[in-house]
Design a protein around this ligand. Structure first.
Ligand code: PGA
Length: 269
């Protein structure tokens, strides 16, 4: 899979650094964190696009603090239906109501622990698109799948399972996050080469679905133990357009350093 880079259009894609807080932080800590991010983020909305995805319980207070700021608000999940008897779930319009512009869909923790299938994720995607929530679609292989050389097959299944059957214009805002499951919360990051190889493959798949122009416009984030120490090299890869950051997004100084990544200009292969 060498030389699969399609990095020529990287400069056209605005990087996105997203923080996934998962089931962490109460209201006070959420407020403290987001205040520090607002104060420390590049002035005037320059630099990468920034998004934070707090737990549902903190969305309202965080939204208040982000009013008029350039940092975007995302949710970590949602239900595809508009309303109804879905105890414990949150609908797309409820997310819009509290000020979300983005929603993370298909995170591996949802797939693994809460039974999210590609078909269900596709329904969520359809609902997000309908309400113009920016979907951040997560895909990625487990360690066992990687070790048995099934990485690309798994990524292809997840991509097609969620994305087939759309009008490409509906997916104009789509963001994909490649998150190898073995790298999430483990401290084991994919090497920059492993990330680039997977990202280039993902972009090829996107191209196969809806064409080169669209595929070149889609931002593909890397997620899985991103830290201030490894972000620069990851972001230097031609098909890595940003990061979805879990653990390291809970620490303001570190997350701000990730936002201020320094990417080299590694030529695309
Ligand atoms: P991590 O999580 O950065 O803690 O590995 C990433 C994610 O799950 O999005």
């Amino acid at each position: 899979m060498a030389n699969m880079s399609t990095g020529s259009a990287k400069s056209l894609r605005r990087p996105l650094i997203a923080g996934n807080w998962k089931m962490n932080l109460g209201l006070k800590d959420s407020v403290d964190l987001v205040r520090q991010l607002v104060d420390g983020a590049p002035a005037g909305g320059s630099g990468p696009e920034i998004m934070v995805a707090p737990p549902f319980t903190a969305l309202t207070v965080v939204a208040e603090l982000l009013k008029g700021k350039s940092i975007k608000l995302g949710a970590q999940n949602m239900h595809p239906e508009a309303s109804g008897a879905f105890t414990g779930e949150v609908s797309p319009s409820q997310l819009l109501d509290v000020g979300c512009s983005h929603v993370i869909l298909g995170h591996s923790e949802r797939r693994r622990m809460f039974g999210d299938t590609d078909a269900f994720i596709k329904k969520k995607l359809q609902a997000a698109v309908k309400l113009k929530l920016v979907p951040v679609l997560c895909i990625g292989e487990t360690l066992e799948e990687r070790e048995s050389n099934r990485t690309f097959r798994v990524l292809e299944t997840q991509i097609k399972g969620a994305l087939e059957g759309f009008a490409p214009t509906d997916l104009a805002q789509l963001v994909v996050a490649y998150e190898p499951v073995w790298a999430i919360g483990t401290g084991k990051t994919a090497t920059p080469d492993q990330a680039q190889q997977a990202h280039a493959f993902v972009r090829q798949q996107l191209k196969g679905l809806y064409g080169e122009g669209w595929a070149q416009s889609v931002r593909i984030l890397y997620g899985g133990s991103v830290t201030p120490e490894n972000v620069d090299e990851l972001m230097s890869q031609p098909d890595v357009d940003g990061a979805l950051v879990g653990g390291a997004s809970l620490k303001p100084v570190g997350f701000l350093r990730i936002i201020n990544f320094k990417a080299g200009t590694k030529a695309s292969a």
